[in-house]
Ligand binder design. Structure first.
Ligand SMILES: [Zn+2]
Length: 178
């Protein structure tokens, strides 16, 4: 009986491992062609040098870009994916985390408001509105947008820059919002 149980368990482990590998590969097969996540915005609406700018308050370095727009401009899902979390934080203000292709996490913050939407979102779907909530209060409304990868990109490790090891996880949006 013990052997039988152990056998079943190892079969389960095998299935889970295969399923995990399958999902991992699927995540990379889905093409990631992003749109700029603010309605009518172009690459001129953010400072490309602001990525990894130092010093940047409590964050030390700036791990994303700030896309400037009028208050309450629509924030769009840059790809299709899954909205995994939303909430409010003292620094972030209204924020959203979204899972997109390639196991990338998109992070949006300082939103004026978050539109109630389903779990799954389509590319271009309105997920919120630009604002200056959190520590962006009294600043010009903008969307802080970051792209992180769950699977670390070890080759991005940068030992010569401030918090350079975190570059394995935070990707430069300039290279994705084309
Ligand atoms: Zn920012």
């Amino acid at each position: 009986m013990r052997y039988f149980k152990r056998g079943i368990l190892s079969v389960h482990k095998n299935i889970i491992a295969r399923l995990f590998l399958f999902l991992l590969i699927i995540g990379y097969l889905v093409p990631e062609k992003l749109i700029i996540p603010v309605e009518c915005a172009s690459r001129k609406d953010w400072n490309k040098d602001s990525f990894w700018h130092y010093p940047w308050g409590k964050s030390v370095t700036h791990k994303g870009v700030d896309i400037f727009a009028k208050n309450k401009t629509k924030v769009l899902a840059p790809s299709s994916g899954i909205l995994i979390a939303k909430g409010y934080g003292a620094i972030a203000g209204n924020y959203i985390y979204m899972l997109g292709p390639h196991w990338h996490i998109y992070y949006f913050c300082h939103l004026d408001s978050i539109s109630s939407n389903p779990f799954l979102v389509k590319q271009g779907q309105v997920i919120g509105f630009v604002g200056n909530s959190g520590n962006a209060a009294f600043k010009q409304p903008h969307l802080h947008f970051s792209i992180a990868t769950i699977i670390p990109y070890i080759w991005k490790l940068d030992l010569f820059d401030k918090q350079g090891w975190l570059k394995m996880f935070y990707l430069d949006p300039n290279n994705y919002l084309l």
